[in-house]
Design a binder for this molecule. Structure first.
Ligand SMILES: NC(=O)c1ccc[n+]([C@@H]2O[C@H](COP(=O)([O-])OP(=O)(O)OC[C@H]3O[C@@H](n4cnc5c(N)ncnc54)[C@H](OP(=O)(O)O)[C@@H]3O)[C@@H](O)[C@H]2O)c1
Length: 324
């Protein structure tokens, strides 16, 4: 079968299309003929070699999120899975391929009306967005900032915050055009990456927020801690801008009397059945249009390097998807 591996760490040219044996599902696993493969930021991080210290080596077979049809099951798995349309998490490897295997606990049937492409756009990121807002205890009427809203986590967080009755849903993004698209999804205020109103934007100033969902991290994170209201909650979900300064906690302690909360949220820490229940509800919402997915581009699997180039260039709004 066709698959994509990292021949050499570094830029996207180091990705290589290869022939691999069709994987055989082990006990407790299913095999899926993929129809859509999500391209995530973590794939690019692994490709660059940043995680070499965590055991990722050249030759690594990329990909963590797929959707398609179950073609075989391993020992102990109900044979009725065969033929079902599913979404699946494959761990941090094995997804960039015509066939992928994973444990049956990581698989969720797709509702009628949800395409495989939409499933891999929402499947992993929607859960992170949901549990970030849950961790922040967002209450109706409160103000929210989604920092780094133009990716698939932010796009879902904006919609969920608006649906939960937030008093204002602000976003940071790099262009007015992206801001306009985020407004269509429920954003009420558009800020630039530094947190200032974009030039020419019609927004009244919003100086502070009850909740900040942060996908960016990076050197500017402390500036946003300063923007929390009294009793405000900051939930770090991603670090697309790199790690924050090591002393950012000093900022929190300096604001001691304002009772701020800083939390991280990884969906890995959420019990699997809770993740699957939220994912199933979001899939049902997306199937009947109550939750929107934003697909940047669908490319053939053998153009994985092009998808990574777009990711590296910051061109992706929403999610890029590969199809075999
Ligand atoms: N917590 C979890 O459970 C979980 C689950 C999956 C992934 N993640 C993490 O979430 C992140 C990926 O999320 P995603 O796919 O939604 O994001 P993404 O698409 O990679 O990025 C979101 C947006 O952030 C903005 N951005 C990028 N670099 C920036 C910088 N240096 N400074 C300020 N803004 C910047 C860009 O928008 P603009 O150009 O419009 O500013 C970009 O579109 C990764 O860190 C990944 O590890 C976490």
């Amino acid at each position: 079968m066709k698959a994509v591996v990292i021949r050499t760490f570094g830029d996207p040219d180091g990705l290589e299309v290869v022939d691999l044996p069709v994987p055989v599902p082990a006990a407790g696993q299913v095999r899926i003929a993929t129809e859509a493969i999500g391209v995530g930021g973590v794939d690019a991080v692994i490709r660059r070699g940043t995680l070499a210290g965590y055991g990722f080596r050249e030759g690594h077979h990329l990909g963590s999120e797929v959707a398609g049809t179950v073609t075989d099951v391993g020992e102990g798995v109900d044979a009725s899975w065969t033929g079902r349309r599913v979404w699946a998490f494959t761990g941090l490897s094995g997804g960039y391929a015509e066939q992928a295997v994973t444990a049956v606990e990581n698989v969720l049937p797709l509702p009628d009306g949800l395409t495989c492409v939409d499933a891999v756009t929402l499947g992993g990121s929607g859960v992170a967005a949901h549990f970030a807002l849950d961790r922040a205890r967002l209450a109706p009427g409160e103000t929210v900032l989604v920092r780094g809203a133009a990716g698939s986590i932010g796009i879902t967080a904006v919609q969920l915050a608006a649906r939960a009755g937030a008093g204002a849903v602000a976003v940071t993004t790099s262009s007015a055009r992206r801001g306009a698209r985020l407004r269509e999804l429920g954003a009420t205020h558009v800020l630039d990456r530094r947190g200032q109103a974009l030039p020419g934007a019609p927004d009244t100033a919003l100086s502070s927020f009850d909740v900040i969902v942060d996908i960016v991290g990076g050197p500017r994170l402390p500036l946003f801690l300063d923007r929390l209201s009294e009793n405000g909650r900051f939930v770090a979900v991603g670090v697309v801008g790199g790690p924050p300064p090591a002393d950012f906690g000093t900022r929190l302690m300096a604001a001691f009397r304002r009772s701020l909360t800083f939390a991280t949220l990884s969906s890995d820490s959420v019990p699997g059945p809770d993740r699957q229940a939220v994912r199933a509800a979001q899939f049902a919402d997306a199937a009947h249009g109550a939750l929107r997915t934003v697909v940047h581009q669908v490319l053939p699997l053998d153009r994985a390097a092009s998808a990574h180039r777009m990711l590296d260039a910051g061109e992706v709004f929403g999610r890029s998807v590969l199809t075999p």
